[in-house]
Design a protein around this ligand. Sequence first.
Ligand SMILES: Cc1ncc(COP(=O)(O)O)c(C=O)c1O
Length: 379
Amino acid sequence: MTTELTTLLAQAGNRRDPVTGSISMPIYQTAAFGHPALGQSTGFDYSRSSNPTRLALEETLAAADGGHRGFAFASGLAAIDCVLRLFNHGDRLVVTEDLYGGTFRLFEKTLRPFGIEAIYVDTSRLKAVELAVADPRVRGVFVESPTNPLLRIADVRAIADLARARGLLVIVDNTFLTPVLQRPLALGADLVVYSATKYLAGHNDVVAGAVVTRTPELSERVAFFQNAVGAVLGPQDSWLTLRGLKTLPLRLARQQESAGTIARRLAAHPHVRRVYYPGLPDHPGRVILERERIGAGGMIAFEIDDPARVPGILAGVKVFLFAESLGGVESLITYPAVQTHADLDPATRERLGINDRLLRLSIGIEDVGDLISDLEAVL
Ligand SMILES: Cc1ncc(COP(=O)(O)O)c(C=O)c1O
């Protein structure tokens, strides 16, 4: 985490209203903008195309990721859908196999019928990616890292090197780490996508998505689809996301520190079979994190010894809330097999390890002692 990013985010949207000097970016709750005269524009015409509050957010997102332009969408899936419109009928993409279930559904139920095919591989295994990109119909690589929910780590730099040699686009879903802990464009990716619903907005009060592009050419194409398809983020939700971004580095530092403490406690617990947390010394992705100075983040998955205990755990937690999202200030517990990953077929889920013993934790900013006591009481 750099001081510069912390400063940039703390002041996001400031100094943009010279008329009143308003510190907080105003919410321009308007559909359209008046024109001074025929052939003239204030720079804003219609809020689907651009809106000042959304633009303040989009410029902050671009700067945070070191990209050319940022784009804000009505949800993370709308952002991913927009980026996948860069591909054509007959194209194939190499895609992380244990990715968020909604992204899997997007690939299988909306893109496959239009002739865009996902080839799923374990993107934490570079050799598997290398073999898959050798297919001449592959035009892009879509990497989620860390993955949801198993927290596998991909070597984005090595994948981007492989892809560049073949002229493929590399897209990274950076929802779990954000630019505070991982900067995919600096590692060689072409596009970064986010469910901004999660850490970026950070308060479990808005559904939003984002795209950041590396080059002017990609910006032009994404801008076209953002306006032509129109799944844009409204002014109020843009403002909430901008407000959330101001405290992102503080929140993530606390969430990551608490997640490390909780992961170590879980790993030593007699009723826990296995803990997935990239910050643990035995995690296979740890080498990549250290080499690239990527943070381990605030998400943990773990397997309990007996699936019959799951209902009691979900009903018994008092500080954690049994709910489906992640990345907010409140800690949540999720049961991926029946919630976030219900769209994967049972055999695939079992093979990947998204089994009926697996629980996922999103660590919030509460007192870490309270979080540990809550888990110990139900375990
Ligand atoms: C890694 C990841 N990507 C994308 C999404 C989709 O984002 P949204 O729910 O904002 O549409 C999610 C949602 O959980 C996610 O976890």
